[in-house]
Write a protein that binds this ligand. Structure first.
Ligand code: NAD
Length: 363
């Protein structure tokens, strides 16, 4: 097994270091190799996804990714910005299926911005299509408008598009995932306004009728889905949608769990090779301070063990260790608030990672 370690920028290096400690204590005999990506790679090699990093990612069985981006790169041309590295990896490696489980740990119900009774026991799975939609659609750019409300004015445009095979393959992923859970899928679209998403809805309906009649299928417009996610989140099981809607809804779901610092993710290709990363970004506002929550990254490692490396027992051990550390009262700043919980202690990134390692050594 070969694992590529791509820490990236900002808190990426801090949180990945903790996940690597966890990997080491599991003693899986996995070979690891680390490379620069994002802004760090741009500064060293002039490109956010250098050839060597891409080669390593292609050769690896799995990739542990931190986060990329920093405000200081905002003025760079788009192709050289750090965020292009993650888009490039998804595209080059065909990582079309993004899994974002949103679990509310009982120990953290108070940390959610919703009432505890709405989120206690929450366990939903967001499946987001990752290589299509308006994020990749061509053409895109800036030009002078020839029509519209202001002909002759400067304008920008992007293209939203999905092909039938793209929708079919992610629909299969969602229905199959639902069969392993509560057999319920909510497909989120905007069919009332967008042609692309009327097509999405039609294709999903066809795939369902042909192969998954045993799974309950519900269609929901994205604006309503955003509302229902904060109104009655536990009514969902598998929520599945396109690239942009999934991007937005999964961040919304993060707050149900208490903090985006708790939300892992997996991005898989058709053979279950995967890139595993926390759902959050590089958090430049707290980078270098040693306060970031490493648990989303450690839980992403658990997903890697289960989905790509075929080590479900090791995955369960890591998840149980995280659970015990939370039960013991350790909290990074994002899941701690003064006076709301007795017997909790505010800790930094490394102390949280060390506690998970200690819990694993003693399990
Ligand atoms: P962000 O997720 O980095 O941060 C949003 C907020 O959440 C910040 O207040 C941050 O401090 C907090 N936060 C995030 N992760 C945390 C953690 N582990 N522990 C504690 N607090 C945490 O989003 P942003 O501020 O919109 O973006 C910052 C940079 O990250 C941008 O350059 C953006 O493009 C990039 N980004 C990268 C990825 C990725 O690498 N996959 C994803 C999203 C954003």
């Amino acid at each position: 097994m070969k694992i590529a370690i791509l820490p990236g920028d900002g808190i990426g290096t801090e949180i990945v270091a903790e996940a690597v400690k966890v990997l080491q204590v599991l003693d899986l005999k996995a070979e690891t190799e680390t490379a620069l990506v994002g802004g760090a790679a741009y500064e060293a090699h002039g490109h956010p996804l250098p050839e060597g990093t891409l080669k390593l990612a292609k050769a690896a069985d799995a990739i542990l990714f931190g986060a990329v981006g920093d405000w200081k790169f905002d003025k760079l041309e788009r192709a050289l910005r750090p965020e292009q590295a993650i888009l490039g990896l998804r595209k080059q490696l065909g990582l079309f299926a993004n899994f974002r489980p949103a679990l509310c740990y009982p120990q953290l119900t108070h940390a959610s911005s919703l009432k505890p009774e709405l989120v206690a026991g929450l366990d939903i799975l967001i499946i987001r299509e990752l290589t299509g939609d308006i994020y990749f659609g061509q053409p895109r750019g800036r030009r002078t408008a020839v029509d519209g409300h202001f002909p002759g004015a400067e304008e920008a445009f992007d293209t939203m598009r999905y092909s039938r095979p793209e929708i079919e393959r992610i629909a299969h992923v969602a229905f199959q995932a639902a069969r392993k859970r509560s057999n319920k899928v909510t497909s989120v679209d905007k069919a009332n306004v967008l042609e692309t998403f009327q097509f999405w809805k039609d294709v999903v309906t066809e795939v369902h009728a042909a192969h998954y009649a045993d799974v309950e299928l519900q269609h929901m417009y994205v604006d309503n889905a955003a509302m229902q996610l904060v109104k009655a989140p536990k009514a969902f099981d598998v929520v599945f949608t396109g690239n942009m809607f999934g991007d937005i809804l999964s961040d919304e779901a993060a707050m149900l769990t208490g903090s985006i610092g708790m939300l892992p993710s997996a991005s898989l290709d058709k053979n279950n090779k995967g890139l595993y990363e926390p759902s959050h970004g590089s958090a430049p506002d707290i980078a270098g301070k040693g306060v970031a929550n490493p648990l989303a990254t450690i839980l992403s490692l658990a997903m890697m063990l289960r989905f790509t490396l075929g080590q479900p027992e090791a995955a369960a051990r890591v998840e149980a260790a995280v659970d015990r550390v939370l039960t013991a009262g350790l909290r990074t700043g994002d899941i701690w608030s003064e006076g709301t919980q007795q017997n909790t202690r505010r800790v930094g990134t490394a102390e949280m990672g060390d506690a998970v390692v200690a819990a694993l050594k003693n399990d």
